[in-house]
Design a protein around this ligand. Structure first.
Ligand SMILES: [Zn+2]
Length: 256
């Protein structure tokens, strides 16, 4: 058997990103899977290109189809390798930690995912980066919501939004992700009036306004629509209905 040629990660990454941007996430994951199979996430050395490939693969791989290569193992590799290369507080390590939390949460491993989010919140707080701390707290609330902990999630997200608005104008650009996440949680739980009130308070311009704002608004609406469909399977307001509560494709939620 001849040795395989070294992987040209630059072109693999460019190809996968192009496929993802073209709306082909499954093909993008497949393009990354082959070269990742030539490595072992437990022993691969820290390398910026492999970290980028591992994070993109872990984000794109469908929970049901990712046993080989293992998305969680590769997301763990990315986090450990980024920390070794850059240290725990570096933005690259923070991003890799967020990816690992997302990948774990999507597969229903909420306890581990919550621990990672709490670690990020502590690190931001210890550094005195209050904005990053609030954004990370909102991410934790979103994760609880994925797990069907609707009431706690909305309460926490509302508190975080109130804290955020003591430091920021609700209508400023930096507030958009916060408005987006809180409105999506409320909307997905069927609390439409409250969601509209949050969006109205932030006063984003409607389509027809300046181009970036219109795009933001349309993206917000699309994300809310998707979130509503996904969340119905776990939402406490819908659990009396006949939804398939054990469907592993929906954030891996299982009845205990
Ligand atoms: Zn809900």
């Amino acid at each position: 058997m001849t040795a395989e040629p070294p992987v040209e990660w630059d072109s693999v990454l460019a190809f996968a990103r192009a496929l993802d941007e073209a709306g082909e996430p499954g093909h993008a994951a497949a393009a990354l899977a082959d070269p990742l199979r030539t490595l072992d996430p437990a022993t691969a050395g820290p390398d910026g290109d492999v970290i980028a490939a591992a994070m993109l693969y872990a984000t794109l791989a469908k929970p049901a189809l990712d046993r080989v290569p293992d998305a969680i193992a590769w997301a763990r590799y990315a986090r450990t390798a980024a920390e070794r290369l850059h240290g725990g507080d570096d933005p690259a390590t923070v991003t890799a930690t967020e990816v690992l939390a997302l990948v774990l949460a999507r597969r229903g491993r909420f306890q581990e995912a919550d621990e990672l989010r709490r670690l990020l919140i502590r690190r931001h707080r210890d550094r005195g980066d209050i904005d990053a701390q609030h954004l990370a707290q909102m991410d934790l609330a979103v994760q609880w919501h994925m797990a069907g902990r609707c009431g706690e999630a909305v309460r926490e997200a509302t508190v975080v939004w109130q804290q955020w608005t003591t430091r920021h104008d609700p209508a400023e650009e930096a507030s958009v992700p916060m408005v987006w996440q809180l409105a999506t949680l409320l909307h997905a739980c069927g609390r439409v009036g409250e969601a509209q009130a949050v969006v109205a308070a932030a006063d984003p311009e409607h389509p027809g306004g300046s181009e970036p704002r219109a795009e933001t608004y349309l993206e917000l609406m699309a994300s809310i629509a998707t979130a509503v469909l996904r969340h119905q399977r776990v939402c406490v307001h819908h659990l009396d209905h006949d939804f398939d509560r054990a469907d592993p494709s929906v954030a891996g939620w299982r009845p205990r």
